[in-house]
Design a protein around this ligand. Sequence first.
Ligand code: NAG
Ligand code: NAG
Ligand code: NAG
Ligand code: NAG
Ligand code: NAG
Length: 276
Amino acid sequence: MELTILKKMFDLFSFFCLFSWSLAGVFGVDEVKSVSVTEGESVTLNSDTEIQTDDMITWRTVQNNNLIAKIKENNNKTDFPDERFRDRLKLDEKTGSLTIMNIRTTDSGLYRVISSRSKTPLYTFNLTVYARLPVPVISRDCSVLRLYQNCSLVCSVLNVSDVTLSWYAGMSVLSSISVCDLSISLSLPLEVEYQDKNTYSCVLNNPISNQTTHLDITQLCKTCSDYIHCCGFTEAVIRLALSALVGVATVAVLVYDVRSRSLQQKKREQTPSNSD
Ligand SMILES: *[C@@H]1O[C@H](CO)[C@@H](O)[C@H](O)[C@H]1NC(C)=O
Ligand SMILES: *[C@@H]1O[C@H](CO)[C@@H](O)[C@H](O)[C@H]1NC(C)=O
Ligand SMILES: *[C@@H]1O[C@H](CO)[C@@H](O)[C@H](O)[C@H]1NC(C)=O
Ligand SMILES: *[C@@H]1O[C@H](CO)[C@@H](O)[C@H](O)[C@H]1NC(C)=O
Ligand SMILES: *[C@@H]1O[C@H](CO)[C@@H](O)[C@H](O)[C@H]1NC(C)=O
């Protein structure tokens, strides 16, 4: 019951994240073209034009109006004055389209292409660079001590943002957890039976890609059952000692209680005038 509510909450949260992702994609501000890419890759921002005679195409970042690339039709001369993009930019000589290579997450932002013939921007691009997704790691959660024979697992990823981490059984989502902007570590538990025949996988995804790790129950739950075996004995001893202690304490309290009661009883019997 509680788990269902929790799952609903996670689903709602991931929906919210997804929703804000798709919002950015669908409703661009002033015909902003959204471009998403994974860090390390190359992306071409298409100026969608042809350089005319005596035309000059310039590319600027919108945030601080920095000139990052410039090409003149008459001498084919390209210029890339921004140090941040040193050796990472290329301009198409016919169209003025800009290619950013070996892209970094810090390259995210708005870019504007302007033709000297029109003065108004041809296009504004909203470039979003997503970090490379780590491969989720599935491990046995040995800290969970249980009396029944289930296998407790946890899937985790380190330092992620704008992602959803989910457990799948076959094609259906069992549970998921999302993070929007912060860079944090996520982990998501799963409990399976040793004999479970489902194919479980843990999937990390952002709006443009995913990383999947498949669960091998026979392997993971076996390796950990050794662990449980070893510590099961110690645990049993500790449990035994604890329950013995609790037992002794209970008896002590009971004895004390009985004694004080009978003592009170005796007092009442001895001084009947005070009892009312
Ligand atoms: C650019 O895209 C990002 C993520 O897709 C979004 O959060 C942001 O609001 C967009 N900015 C503009 C000005 O469209
Ligand atoms: C500019 O470059 C294009 C393609 O490389 C070439 O066809 C053209 O002749 C060049 N123009 C000048 C003026 O150098
Ligand atoms: C995660 O981020 C912390 C702090 O930013 C950093 O010290 C650590 O090395 C990162 N770990 C990984 C696996 O990237
Ligand atoms: C053991 O795992 C199964 C499968 O996830 C679950 O249905 C069952 O409730 C678990 N047993 C206990 C005692 O939690
Ligand atoms: C992961 O991405 C692949 C394509 O790269 C896609 O076929 C698959 O459906 C995705 N899986 C999930 C769970 O999103």
